[in-house]
Ligand binder design. Structure first.
Ligand code: MN
Length: 486
């Protein structure tokens, strides 16, 4: 069981500021007093929940205010204290964070269903004001999922579904892979216990069988890197249970999962990533079509790494992931890695990157603008953002993320409204195609524009998937009709 001292020693690893530690102690003391006499369904004292939430946050190296807010996150809702009181004791930032987390779950609505949609909207849009609110909410959900045993079967399933539909995509979009994979496995455990147990056993067997061969490979690679004066840190990982379950349920066989076993090779500099790649390939033959350069082409959630699947010892297929320490931090913690990278004000950096680098962020704002009704909003987010995506390229190699079923028209509007409004034709992979053609991952898309074009037609509306394209086409048509009286 985690105690206050465990939390503090975890914080001490990255933050030795005496004032910060005293503030965390004080927040714990207040939370403990306020929750005294409250118990969780498991029977343990309530304080262990916020304490664990902050412990999870400390593993991400969260800043002091976030840790304090984690400790106090349920006090506004369940105890006798106001936002103003929290502000005067701990500052406005902590109060806003606690309030932000609370607002997500405290609104009063006429029906349970309407309340759920309103909450979900709040959760999703919370990310736009201060991403730390969502990170606390993710830690809160993670601890609730870890302790779901004491809830009824109905509650377990309900929570697991909501986790898969809302929290897993959010964790993915902010790049927090560590939390994402644990949430997926916990959800599967409650949603499909039989499949979960079966895959879990298979995974144990695979880890046992491949252990020697991976250790041998690790030794070989670190020797080669040492000989070439490239300092490295190598780790072995097996795909998470949900990931394997998903690959198998799509008809694949265990032996076909190219990233079932992975070796993470972490080096200091980008140039060393490419040197390492060459050295790995000279020792182990790569599978040609399994090479990806996410360093030059980062994923839309900022993930960077070189991926190459090779025939390892025993001809076992092993994916090697080659990246720098900084990229590894981002691959594990996503946006929250800024807490650890010490590049100026972490909070501002997170919010900036979210706005500029994460394409889903703008889709969320767009959908929020168009859909006033909470239920419609949540439905649209699920269809357009939290669903399967395709990734296509612009002519200069930039990656664009779009919902499945998108066409060159969606692509044009996602680049810029003017490009959509003056589009006259489209090429995919160098060939002219009808602009209603459905795009696929890896397509290279070129939009041909003409400033004297007639503009978007009414019938384009049936060929677009994204809210932005729909809104922009309607807007243009409305202005057009007004001007021409047509
Ligand atoms: Mn909570």
């Amino acid at each position: 069981m985690i105690e206050l001292e465990d939390l503090l020693s975890n914080v001490l690893i990255y933050n030795c500021n005496v004032a910060d530690l005293a503030k965390i102690r004080k927040a714990y003391k207040l939370a403990e007093e306020l929750h005294r006499g409250q118990y969780r369904q498991s029977g343990e004292a309530y304080i262990y929940h916020p304490l664990n939430v902050s412990y999870i946050l400390s593993e991400m190296h969260a800043d002091c205010d976030t840790i304090c807010a984690g400790l106090l996150h349920d006090t506004l809702e369940d105890c006798d204290i106001t936002k103003e009181e929290i502000a005067s004791e701990f500052g406005v930032d902590v109060a806003n964070l606690v309030d932000g987390v609370t607002k997500i779950s405290r609104l009063n609505y006429s029906s349970k269903e309407e309340q759920n949609f309103a909450n979900t909207r709040k959760i999703i849009l919370g990310i736009t004001t201060d991403v730390r609110i969502i990170i606390i909410k993710l830690a809160d959900r993670l601890h609730n999922m870890r302790t779901l045993q004491s809830k009824s079967e109905f509650k377990q399933k309900e929570n697991a579904i909501e986790t898969m539909e809302i929290f897993v995509p959010i964790a993915y979009y902010i790049g927090a892979y560590k939390i994402k994979s644990e949430l997926e496995d916990l959800s599967l455990q409650y949603l499909k216990p039989d499949s979960y147990n079966k895959v879990r056993e298979q995974r144990i067997i695979i880890e046992r069988d491949s252990h020697d061969c991976l250790e041998e490979m690790l030794t070989q690679i670190s020797t080669i890197l040492n000989d070439n004066d490239i300092p490295s840190d190598i780790k072995i990982r097996t795909k998470n249970i949900y990931g394997i379950y998903k690959a198998l349920s799509q008809g694949g066989r265990m032996s076909d999962i190219h990233d079932l076993l992975a070796m993470k090779i972490i080096v200091d500099k980008i140039s060393e990533c490419y040197l390492t790649l060459g050295l790995v390939h000279s020792k182990y033959k790569p599978i040609n079509e399994r090479f990806k350069d996410y360093i030059c082409n980062p994923k839309t959630n900022m993930y960077q790494s070189l991926h190459t699947s090779v025939f390892g010892e025993d001809n076992r297929i092993v994916q090697t992931q080659i990246r720098t320490h900084q990229m590894d931090q981002i691959a594990t913690f996503g946006l929250t890695a800024y807490w650890d990278l010490n590049q100026g004000d972490a909070r501002t950096r997170m919010q900036e990157d979210l706005r500029e680098k994460c394409q889903f962020f703008n889709s969320l704002l767009e959908i929020s603008k168009v859909f006033g009704d909470n239920q419609d909003f949540v439905k649209q987010v699920k269809i357009e953002v939290f669903s399967n995506k395709i990734y296509v390229y612009t002519t200069n190699g930039h990656t664009i993320e779009l919902p499945v079923g998108s066409t060159p028209i969606d692509f044009a509007y996602s680049i810029h409204t003017d490009i959509g409004n003056t589009m006259v034709a489209a090429k995919v992979n160098g060939e002219y195609v009808p602009i209603s053609t459905k795009l696929h991952t890896k397509d290279r898309v070129t939009i041909i524009t003409d400033p004297t074009s007639y503009g978007p037609r009414e019938e384009w509306l049936k060929d677009v998937k994204t809210t932005k394209a729909k809104r922009k086409i309607k807007e243009f048509r409305r202005n057009f009709t007004e001007e021409t009286g047509a």
